[in-house]
Design a protein around this ligand. Structure first.
Ligand SMILES: Nc1ncnc2c1ncn2[C@@H]1O[C@H](COP(=O)(O)OP(=O)(O)OP(=O)(O)O)[C@@H](O)[C@H]1O
Ligand SMILES: [Mg+2]
Length: 365
């Protein structure tokens, strides 16, 4: 923030000598460092070298126009703040330059006080821009550090613990009584949940960083859905849930990343399996019209109360039922929503408590 001892390097680009000298006097008196020049190319050269915080640019420069100077400075110098100096009745060009990114304008003739007021405001804006950038960088670095921490310090030990438990069962399984086996079983389950949570969380960070979806291509949604169904089918069988599908043959193609979309469908059909009691039914259908290809996944499970619909795609949100035993991170649907967003697609739910749930995934053709 600016305080009593004014700081800031100001560059003035104006072909009128009286303006340059007047500005220099007024601003130096207030403690600012000032550099002046009469033409655009020289102004750009100085700005690149000295990195001023604030630049006044006369819009009516001979040769290179003020607007061109603005474009180049904004492109080349981060955080730079530009104020245009305009002649009489040139409000339109002032508007044009602000559209291009200038922060303010100063119409001629102006008094030293007006100049100082605009300078103060411009430098304050500059400092805010720098602070915002620093905060953003700090946040990004923190997230990056945390991702590294989670993947090395959490994921690896979890895998080792799970493998050790598996090994323990092989080595000592027969010698253990049923109580000991139960304890080991509970440990295994909790570790698996924790592993799932870590994996989901890392996936979501990867989507944010734009590194999860690497290549999009033309693809056939039915292939995606079939792969997901194959993945889930054994679980359905085990839980005595019927899994039906209805997929038309001549399906139009969509654009997308097959691997991440398979994971979306595994999550959605997986949820249907998880929240549907034994004896239930899940149906997966694909349909299309002139603009969209849509898949619906319906189940006959416990459903989702309407009041919960706005929240279920939020990270970590779970709808808990009384005495619920089902474990989960609450990140599954958030993952799906982000992947759908990255495909310009839409995911929505239609459900009522106790009457099953239908998830609809719509893709542009
Ligand atoms: N088919 C469904 N039927 C009923 N409730 C569902 C269904 N799908 C999702 N839900 C509800 O939405 C919540 C959020 O789902 P989400 O998949 O994000 O998390 P989760 O299944 O609890 O955990 P995980 O992160 O392990 O998938 C769930 O807790 C559940 O209450
Ligand atoms: Mg889930």
């Amino acid at each position: 923030m600016l305080n009593e001892t004014q700081e800031g390097l100001v560059l003035i680009i104006d072909d009128e000598e009286t303006i340059r000298d007047g500005c220099r006097q007024a601003l130096e008196k207030s403690g600012y460092a000032v550099i002046t020049t009469e033409d655009g190319p020289e102004g750009i050269r100085i700005a690149r070298e000295k990195r001023p915080d604030l630049v006044f640019v006369d819009l009516n420069l001979p040769g290179m126009s003020g607007l061109e100077v603005i474009d180049i400075l904004l492109e080349d110098i981060p955080h730079i703040v530009l104020v245009v100096i305009t002649g009489y009745a040139s409000i339109l060009s002032a508007v044009e330059s602000m559209k291009r990114g200038a922060y303010d304008y100063l119409p001629k003739p102006f008094t030293p006080d007006q100049l100082r007021a605009v300078t103060k405001r411009g430098l304050e804006h500059h400092n805010l821009k720098v602070e915002a950038r620093m905060l953003r960088d700090a946040h990004e670095n923190m997230t990056k550090d945390f991702v590294t921490f989670v993947s090395h310090e959490m994921r690896s030990p979890l895998i080792t613990i799970r493998q050790s438990i598996e090994a323990l069962k092989v080595v000592a399984g027969d010698c253990l009584n049923s109580e000991a086996n139960d304890i080991i079983g509970r440990c295994e389950k909790r570790i698996r949940n924790l592993e799932d949570l870590v994996e989901h969380w890392l996936d979501i960070r990867q989507i944010e960083a734009g590194t999860l979806i690497r290549e999009k291509g033309i693809l056939d949604l039915s292939a995606v859905v079939m792969r997901s169904i194959e993945d889930i089918a054994p679980l359905c069988e085990k839980r005595e849930i019927t899994l039906e599908r209805d997929i038309p043959k001549d399906l139009p193609m969509i654009t997308g990343d097959e691997e991440s979309l398979v994971r979306v469908f595994v999550n959605i059909i997986g949820n249907a399996t998880k929240y549907t009691p034994a004896g239930g039914r899940i149906s997966v259908r694909i349909g299309y019209d002139d603009h969209y290809v849509s898949a619906t996944v319906s189940d006959t499970g416990r459903g989702i109360p309407k009041r919960e619909h706005p929240f279920i795609f939020e990270p970590f949100y779970r709808v808990k039922e009384k005495g619920e035993q089902l474990e989960g991170s609450g990140l599954g649907l958030n993952f799906c929503k982000r992947i759908m967003d990255a495909h310009n697609g839409k995911i929505s739910v239609s459900s009522e408590e106790g009457r099953g749930a239908t998830f609809i995934l719509r893709f542009p053709r």
